[in-house]
Design a protein around this ligand. Structure first.
Ligand code: IPE
Ligand code: IPE
Ligand code: MG
Length: 236
C-alpha cells in the first residue's frame, strides 16, 4: 500500500455475498456466514491497525428476518458465539463496541451478549465498532422521530433546537458521518443502510463476495477513496 494515504474517519461495510460464496462451493449458506464472520474479524483488526476511528458493519437488516428460520437461527447463534470468542481480542485492541438497531425481535441471549460487550468495552478509547443488527435506516429515522417528538412533548426542547446535529445525536449512535461506504458482492444498493449518515459518503462497490474480501481488497478501496474529489457541494 502507498504511504501517506488519507485514512477515512468512518468506514461502513455492507457485508454481502456470504450465501453465494457458500452456494458456489456446494456448502450450506450457514457456512458462508461462518466464513464471513471470520473475515469480518480480520478486516476489522486491519482497519483498526490502519487507524480508522469508526467502523460500522451491517450484519443483519430488519428485513433479514424474512429469511428461513434455520438461517436466521444460525446467524443469531453465530453472533452470540463471536461476541464471546472475540471478547478478549476486542479488549486487547482497546475497541469500543456499540450496537445500532432494534432490540425487540432479537433473542434474549443475543441481547445479553450485546449488553455485556457494550458495557465491558464502554471505557475503551480506541476504534469504535458499531455493529448494526436488526438495523434498518428507515426504522432508525422512525425511532429518532418518536424520541424527538417525546422530548418536544415533555417541553425539554423547542422546534428551534431541531437541526442536523440534533437529529444525528438522536439516532441510534451519535457518530461522525460515513466517509467511505463499501458493499461487496456486486449489488449496487443501500438495502436500508444508514441513509442519513451516508449523505456525503464515497461509495465503493466490488463484485468480490464478502468472505473473499481481503486486506488487499480494502487497500484498493482506500486507494480509490483517495482519488475521489470530495466537494460536499462547495468547492469546484
Ligand atoms: C450477507 O450475506 C450477510 C447477511 C445479510 C446476514 P448474504 O446472506 O446476503 O449473502 P447473499 O447475498 O445471499 O450471497
Ligand atoms: C443487506 O444485504 C443486509 C446486510 C448486509 C446485513 P441483503 O443481502 O439482505 O440485501 P438485499 O436483499 O440483496 O437487498
Ligand atoms: Mg445478500
Amino acid at each position: 500500500m502507498e504511504k501517506d494515504l488519507i485514512i477515512p474517519t468512518h468506514v461502513g461495510i455492507i457485508v454481502d455475498g456470504n450465501g453465494r460464496w457458500a452456494t458456489k462451493r456446494g456448502l450450506s449458506r450457514s457456512m458462508g456466514h461462518r466464513e464471513g464472520a471470520n473475515n469480518l474479524k480480520k478486516i476489522s483488526l486491519y482497519l483498526n491497525k490502519l487507524g480508522v476511528k469508526y467502523l460500522s458493519v451491517y450484519v443483519f437488516s430488519t428485513e433479514n428476518f424474512k429469511r428461513d428460520e434455520k438461517e436466521v437461527n444460525y446467524l443469531m447463534n453465530l453472533f452470540v458465539k463471536m461476541f464471546k470468542s472475540e471478547f478478549q481480542e476486542i479488549m486487547d485492541n482497546n475497541v469500543k463496541v456499540v450496537f445500532s438497531g432494534r432490540r425487540d425481535k432479537l433473542p434474549k441471549d443475543v441481547v445479553e451478549a450485546m449488553d455485556y460487550l457494550k458495557e465491558k468495552t464502554s471505557n475503551n478509547n480506541g476504534c469504535t465498532l458499531n455493529i448494526c443488527i436488526n438495523y434498518g435506516g428507515q426504522s432508525e429515522i422512525v425511532d429518532m422521530t418518536k424520541k424527538v417528538c417525546q422530548l418536544y412533548k415533555d417541553g425539554t426542547i423547542t422546534l428551534d433546537d431541531i437541526d442536523v446535529d440534533f437529529v444525528n445525536k438522536n439516532l441510534y449512535q451519535d457518530l461522525p458521518p460515513l466517509d467511505l461506504l463499501i458493499r461487496t458482492s456486486g449489488e449496487l444498493r443501500l438495502s436500508n443502510f444508514m441513509m442519513f449518515q451516508a449523505s456525503y459518503a464515497e461509495f465503493y462497490f466490488t463484485s468480490t463476495l464478502f468472505p473473499d474480501f481481503t486486506e488487499e481488497e480494502f487497500d484498493k478501496a482506500l486507494e480509490e477513496f483517495n482519488k475521489r474529489d470530495r466537494r460536499f457541494g462547495g468547492k469546484k
